[in-house]
Design a protein around this ligand. Structure first.
Ligand code: UDP
Length: 325
């Protein structure tokens, strides 16, 4: 890793699942961490243990609150923008909030980043690969999204606008902007409230409830542990050659939801039944899922030597132990 003198890093969405782990790591490395989070999906419990750390500051506000954002950015060297609508369930239910949070939030962050010359990292998502089936997904692939009548795709489209805007700020204003697309990320502190499959399956398995597999269960994902994801983000925040590009961050073990349910049963030693639920019941009618989602991580590997270290088995054990604790 690169040896940087202590920096001040502003994390938007720093009370969320990924953001709070990022706070922990950056503080451990000796940096100063400022957080802006409106606690809509972030949770104060995630950062409670940091409140007496003199190098940590938390402001409860929307990322679009220009006054608070300006004040924090004016003291920062780096901004890591994670604040966004989260989870497919929430996105389908609240499309207005999704679009507005994603587009207006990123616009606000880039403006202050430019004002104070901060290196600006923007989280994007593997959702932008949409219905593409050129597996694995590479950063420069063409993109195929569903119709605008399907609200799921609003998330992908709004994040694509964020990416375009970030790259445009770099091109026109020479602002050092880094974009990263997160694939399915898992770990302690993630809740299943917004649809995320692993905390849901583990919770169901531990409480003996049916494990709910949506559709035929043959759709597949690659999961990565939040600790591996944080290592990637911190590397991108520090590498001099990272700006100006988009990077995939994701796991390399592909698994179907059917097999995942079986694996969760084994890891939790559970007798839960595996129940198949039609998508129309799980989300809403006309919902479109992705059949496969596999990242090509050769770009970030070439830059940082990064690859995930934790296996799916280890990830599931960590989540199980977090639930049991
Ligand atoms: N899923 C499932 N049962 C659940 C929750 C999710 O089978 O209780 C499926 C979901 O339909 C998707 C996959 O698990 O195919 C991953 O869902 P998640 O919401 O975790 O992330 P996504 O990849 O959809 O962003």
């Amino acid at each position: 890793m690169f040896d940087l003198s202590p920096s001040t890093i502003l994390i938007t969405g720093g009370a969320g699942f990924i953001g709070s782990h990022l706070c922990d790591t950056l503080l451990e490395q000796g940096h100063y961490v400022l957080v802006i989070d409106n606690l809509s999906t972030g949770r104060i419990e995630n950062i409670q243990h940091l409140k007496n750390n003199p190098r940590f500051h938390f402001a409860q506000a929307d990322v679009t609150n220009e006054i608070v954002l300006d004040r924090l950015a004016s003291k920062s060297d780096i901004i890591i923008h994670l604040a966004a609508a989260v989870g497919v369930k929430l996105i389908v239910k609240q499309p207005v909030r999704t679009i507005e949070t994603n587009v207006m939030g990123t616009e606000a962050v880039l403006k202050v980043g430019r004002r104070y010359g901060c290196r600006t990292l923007i989280a994007s998502t593997s959702e932008v690969y949409g219905k593409g089936n050129g597996i694995p997904f590479s950063e420069d692939d063409d993109i195929l999204l569903g119709a605008t009548s399907k609200s799921r795709w609003a998330y992908a489209a709004s994040k694509m606008v964020d990416e375009f805007l970030g790259l445009a700020y770099m091109q026109e204003y020479s602002l050092p902007v880094v974009l990263f697309r997160l694939f399915n990320t898992v770990g302690p502190r993630q809740t299943g409230h917004y649809g995320m499959v692993i905390p849901r399956f583990i919770n169901q398995a531990l409480s003996g409830e049916p494990i709910t597999v949506y559709g035929d269960g043959k759709q597949s994902r690659c999961f990565s542990d939040v600790s591996d994801v944080i290592r990637a983000i911190v590397g991108l925040a520090q590498h001099p050659e990272a700006p100006g590009h988009v990077y995939n961050i994701g796991g390399n073990e592909e698994i179907s939801m059917r097999d995942l349910a079986e694996k969760v049963k084994r890891v939790t030693d559970s007798n839960s039944e595996i129940r198949y639920i039609p998508y129309s019941e799980a989300y809403s009618s006309g919902f479109e899922d992705m059949r496969r989602r596999v990242p090509d991580t050769s770009r970030i590997h070439a830059l940082l030597g990064w690859r995930p270290q934790l296996s799916l088995e280890q990830i599931l054990v960590r989540v199980r132990d977090d639930f049991l604790a």
